[in-house]
Design a protein around this ligand. Sequence first.
Ligand code: 2M8
Length: 440
Amino acid sequence: ATLPDRPAIVHDRVATLAAATAVVRGNWGGAYTVPATGLYPHQWSWDSAFIAIGLRHLSPRRAQLELDSLLSSQWADGRLPQIVYDARRDDDYAPSAAFWGSADLPGSPPVPTTGLIQPPVHAWAVWLVHAHEPAESARRGFLERAYPRLVAWHRYLRERRAAQDGLAAVVHPWESGTDNSPLWDDALARVPGTPRAPIERPDLQHADASERPSNKEYGKYFWLAERYRDHGCSDADPDHPFVVNDPTTNALWARAELALADIAEALGRDGAAHRAEAARIVAAMEALWDADLEVYVALDRRTGELVRKATVGGLMALLLPADVLPPGRADALLRTAQGPRFLDVDGAAPQFMAPSYDATAPDLDPALYWRGPAWFNMMWLLLEGLRTHGLDARAEKYVDPMVEAAVREGFPEYVNPWTGDGHGTRSFSWTAALTVDLLS
Ligand code: 2M8
């Protein structure tokens, strides 16, 4: 099957690189890149990782700085915060630095941050930045600096976020990076929507309300954040109502552990313990495997129930080589990725990017945030996954349509996976940075 008809733009590589570079350059905040001016005016954890992956082609030095600045905001317990606040712009985003008051919490870094986390893609990003220009990285001691911090970050996930079965849990939808994913609906149903703090929505000045989480969801997000903060962000609240194993977080954790092995070996150390840890996480992820949907799903720790919905995050184990996965698993995931729920390669009108949520689900909304639209970071990860399993030619087919949509729509936050129409904010950093990577 062919991909859907696209406007006959044959993008000009030089002009596209220049446009994408202008976006990441324009969003540079001095030592890191904001995801988008306006909507996201601080440093976000996994955004910085994706941004660094693109920046390595433009300036390895700046890519290192992007990750160094995030790593230097690490908590004493090893956590890397979801957001590092820039005091110059504190009024522009809610919840603000004042809401978290991180300075008063034990073990917080000298800069204000949230107490939450985001998916652990960082070790892999550090490795990709290093491997692109190893001499430059070695000259600046990039890996030596990053390695102990990354080890501490993964230790936090294992010791503070993983229960006996060894799967990392998220305690807030924001931690998953896929905030309003249908995976969280049932768990959120038992979360009160009545925080003490007023619900502020500065985001609605920068994106249409129909493309953002609802006020009802925001009430629950604020309530959960207050609860976590009021327990000192200590991960020791036995009754926290939202504790979920997210497939994206766990798959990226395993992939990042393999990168930690590469980093350790590049530093002349033994990487075996990291490879064993990756294998352990993959084995633990068996609890998330849905054999009917042939995808990894979420597990609600409060009910012990699987959340049996297919999301693009459930395919992220494709980033792991076949010999790290259980026998037959890579083939099953490739079937799902290319089947009607995601890329629909044999369909009459296949998606040009994978939707964030099952294309066959009746409640998919192609314009609403993490409930259907396609995201450039997830599609970039999926293409890496296809390549990991030898489907380079298949992956290559998606590059031009993705790049075209990115340029035509002004580097949107996300797009309709059938029409390519842009949604959310524009001049979005990881869209631009990953465009640079796709073209490099
Ligand atoms: C979105 O999440 C933030 C909260 O972290 C928000 O909605 O305000 C998500 O798309 C998340 O994955 C992303 O890291 C963040 C910044 O781009 O925006």
